[in-house]
Write a protein that binds this ligand. Structure first.
Ligand code: HEM
Length: 455
């Protein structure tokens, strides 16, 4: 492919990155968008004024790094070491040979057909949540903030999909709160790396390490309890317990099971919760899309509960989810570190280069998308899906490290949208703006207020 760059990139002066680092910490998307308008779609920068990198919104470069030349690239130490320090060495945070072996072991358990068994757990959890947590909140008649609601729902769905038994309310709440606190802390160390020495000195680091240890202990007890009971359940823990390495025929140790489960907790709820919150924000503003969803749900389901086999037929529901994740990609940015010299269309990519793939920017890039700011679910219809570059839409990343939970998440989101629309009317709260809070995932800054009524 012909290069769109010369071999030297526009570069943001170090002093400018440093001067803007506070602004970046508070409002990264606005800062990055501003840089793109000044310096173009791919430029050099210094994260927090310190770490040098290349930021890109070129889907070709994203594909080059994540897929075509993936052997020359590793997850950056930010993801592996700093997240791994608190969250353990699971699929999201491991790398190299170890990651590949784990990915091969776990991948079959996330195959769509294997997930069918989870539909029952998901449907039950959604109903329980709506009955016991969501509906009581409707009684006041006040608008509902969907963001914490979806966070709690998605956490319960992933927790129960992992541990169908053995987690009481107290345990669920502790795990949910801990994940939120740890993520907040880790994000702070990414954004403002110059604070790390102070965080260590003030005891903040140790405090969060102790919390992570408590979290691990709780999960480990559940794993050991299941092993000892000899019971079989149709959940993700069972899948992890039964997975066998091809070469040795052995399963994972308790430590490995712990690390992989902890990562599924972390990777599997906030992303999905944000995607759902953003979908409600968009649907509240687009009653015509809600009308179309209702027609589809009536035709396919006629009022009954969605089953696994129904999901492929709920095409427009899927398109709404796709479009919500295009406009608001929960994983809005990712990065990789080069471990072997290479080049992309004339752009030298020497060992040590760091490439930051700005997924938000790619998803809203004029030229890649017609009317990029507009909510148009039809752009994801079956007939039109081939119209865009394969890496112009990458909510789940791409290449061998594509999100392993993508089918799990899509299934869960379809079930939630269908079940909630079967029960409720949703409408916009006039004048409300959700704002943006891009932490590790893209959260709404002010929540997502929606007027909800029982149908
Ligand atoms: C809408 C929901 C979700 C989104 C947008 C999302 C997005 C992503 C993205 C972009 C990556 C790749 C990160 C990178 O390459 O740097 C990823 C990886 C991962 N995701 Fe998801 N995810 C979602 C839901 C889930 C769920 C439900 C689970 C588990 C139940 C999950 C588990 C993982 C794991 C384990 C990885 C690491 C895979 C590997 O490196 O081998 N995700 N996710």
């Amino acid at each position: 492919m012909a290069s769109v760059f010369s071999s030297t990139l526009p570069s943001i002066p170090r002093w400018k990155s440093l001067r803007n680092s506070l602004r970046f910490a508070h409002n990264p998307i606005a800062t990055l968008d501003q840089y793109i308008s000044e310096y173009g779609p791919t430029y050099e920068f210094h994260l927090g004024g310190m770490v040098r990198g290349i930021l890109t919104t070129d889907p070709g470069l994203a594909q080059h790094v994540l897929q075509k030349e993936h052997r020359k690239w590793r997850k950056s130490p930010i993801q592996t070491e700093r997240m791994g320090h608190f969250l353990g060495n699971g699929l999201l945070t491991s790398d190299g040979e170890y990651w590949l072996r784990q990915r091969r072991l776990i991948q079959p358990g996330f195959h769509r057909k294997r997930l069918a068994a989870l539909t029952t757990i998901m449907n039950r959890e959604i109903d329980e949540f709506l009955n016991s947590r969501f509906e009581p909140a409707l009684a006041t008649g006040e608008p509902i903030d969907m963001s914490p609601m979806m966070m709690e729902l998605a956490f319960r769905v992933v927790a129960k999909s992992l541990f169908n038994t053995g987690l009481d309310e107290e345990g669920l709440n502790f795990l949910g709160d801990t994940v939120t606190i740890l993520q907040g802390f880790i994000t702070r160390t990414f954004r403002q790396p110059y604070l790390i020495p102070w965080l260590r000195f003030s005891g903040q680091y140790r405090k969060h390490e102790l919390l992570a240890e408590k979290f691990e202990k709780m999960i480990l007890e559940r794993i050991q309890g299941r092993r000892a009971s000899g019971e079989r359940h149709d959940d993700l823990l069972q899948m992890l317990l039964e997975a066998r390495y091809e070469d040795t025929g052995e399963g994972m140790t308790d430590r490995q099971l712990l690390e992989e489960s902890a990562i599924l907790f972390v990777a599997g709820h906030e992303t999905t919760a944000n995607a759902l919150s953003w979908a409600w924000h968009l649907l509240a503003r687009h009653p015509e899309a809600v009308e179309r969803l209702r027609r589809e749900h009536n035709t396919v389901l006629g009022g009954r509960e969605p089953a696994f086999e129904d999901l492929p037929r709920l095409e427009y529901t899927q398109q709404v989810i796709d479009e919500a994740m295009r406009l608001y990609p929960p994983a809005w940015i990712t990065d990789r570190l080069c471990v072997e010299d290479g080049e992309y269309g004339g752009l030298p990519l020497p060992k040590g280069s760091r490439v930051v793939i700005y997924i938000w920017g790619i998803h809203r890039k004029p030229g890649l998308w017609e009317a990029p700011e507009a909510f148009r679910p039809e752009r994801f219809s079956r007939e039109r899906k081939g119209e865009y570059h394969p890496f112009a839409y990458m909510p789940f990343g791409g290449g061998p490290r594509l999100c392993i939970g993508n089918n799990f998440a899509l299934m869960e989101m379809q079930l939630v949208l269908v079940k909630m629309l079967q029960r409720y009317e949703m409408s916009e709260v006039p004048g409300f703006e959700p704002g943006l809070q891009p932490l590790i995932t893209l959260r709404p800054g002010n929540g997502v207020l929606v007027q909800v009524e029982k149908r």
